[in-house]
Design a protein around this ligand. Structure first.
Ligand code: SF4
Length: 343
């Protein structure tokens, strides 16, 4: 069994049964979640016999770096092998001028949702990642960030492979480990969970006292178009989603953003911008417009720049906070919707 499946309380109980002092459990816990070690031998303040006992009963199923690709724009995509041989990908997106270094982590192997523009959605869902596998991505990419840019990660986004709200418990547990004082002690305000839109789970996030930011992958501001792009919309239409988001906002006051990939002549007209503006009135929200990266045989194209500019201007004129994110890491298939373990 992976020792990281055990809570601190469970470890303390176990150590008591083993005749070990309670504080030893805390030491092990800190090695695992604060220092991120991958072997019992590295736990140097434990006796050799205790390390051997632990190694005889437990494993530490760390993820292993399999391949690293570096984009001309500084973006770094890493492929990691899981203990059962499956592969996942994480992306480091650096903006050195702003001292912003963001990791985009995966939470599932594949994805059960079938968003039409997304490469991951074609892989089917194989399994959820456990909390440790999500945590490991942050630790390893943080190391990569320090080595490459001399700076630690500043932000974490759950926007890689998979739908975070369908791996709910493991995602929440990973956030607990990332933010806890005896974990990595990162600020939840620097973490964003991104969802394709599962209304009842958005409400659950609010009820569970979520402290992170929330992003909705919106991509269309009317149901007909959204049904087409994201079949999940058929069970979670925009009215239902807006109710859930308003509930989330009223309960948490955490930041909400809409992610909006523009597709040429599909969702990038001024009529679309007008529909989107209406969805920005109920609660404070910011809009991130994202350039599309075609993934081969899908019928969508990247919007022309002047259409994106006009779209963004329409929203800004209505005092909506908008950022336009030019695509990063396209040359290494690391951009939004491109994570699919190509090889
Ligand atoms: S966009 Fe996200 S939710 Fe949709 S198929 Fe891709 S990984 Fe899944």
């Amino acid at each position: 069994m992976d020792i990281r499946q055990r809570s601190l309380a469970e470890l303390e109980e176990l150590f008591k049964e083993m005749g070990e002092a309670k504080f030893r459990a805390k030491q092990v816990y800190e090695w695992l979640w604060q220092k991120g070690v991958r072997s019992f031998d590295a736990m140097t303040n434990l006796s050799k016999s205790l390390r051997e006992k632990l190694a005889a009963s437990f494993v530490i199923n760390g993820i292993v770096e399999d391949k690293v690709q570096r984009s001309a724009d500084g973006t770094i995509k890493s492929r990691f092998r899981l203990h059962d041989g499956h592969m996942i990908e994480s992306v480091l997106i650096p903006v050195p001028d702003d001292k912003r270094f963001t990791v985009c982590v995966s939470c599932q192997v594949g994805c059960s949702l079938t968003c039409k523009f997304c490469a991951t959605g074609r892989m089917n869902r194989v399994r959820n990642l456990d909390a440790a596998e999500i945590y490991d991505q942050v630790v390893m990419v943080n190391q990569q960030c320090l080595e490459t840019f001399g700076h630690p990660l500043s932000n974490i986004v759950y926007m890689g492979m998979g739908e975070p709200l369908l791996a709910y418990n493991n995602v929440m547990e990973s956030i607990e480990r990332l933010t806890a004082p005896d974990g990595l002690h990162m600020s939840p305000r620097r973490i964003t969970i991104s969802t394709a839109g599962i209304a009842k789970m958005i409400k659950k996030l609010a009820d569970d006292g979520c402290k992170t930011n929330l992003a909705l992958s919106l991509h269309a501001a009317d149901d007909l178009k959204r049904d087409e792009l994201m079949p999940i919309n058929e069970q979670n239409n925009l009215a239902v989603l807006m109710d859930a988001l308003e509930y989330f906002y009223r309960k948490t006051h955490n930041r909400i953003s809409y992610e909006y990939i523009t597709f040429q002549n599909v969702n990038d007209g001024l009529d679309d911008a007008a529909n989107l503006a209406k969805l920005c009135r109920r609660f404070p929200v910011r809009v991130n417009i994202i350039e599309y990266n075609p993934i081969g045989d899908v019928p969508y194209l990247k919007s022309e720049e002047d259409r994106i500019d006009a779209f963004a201007r329409y929203l800004r004129e209505r005092e909506i906070t908008v950022t336009v994110r030019r695509s990063r890491g396209k040359d290494i298939d690391a951009a939004c919707g491109q994570l699919a373990n190509k090889e």
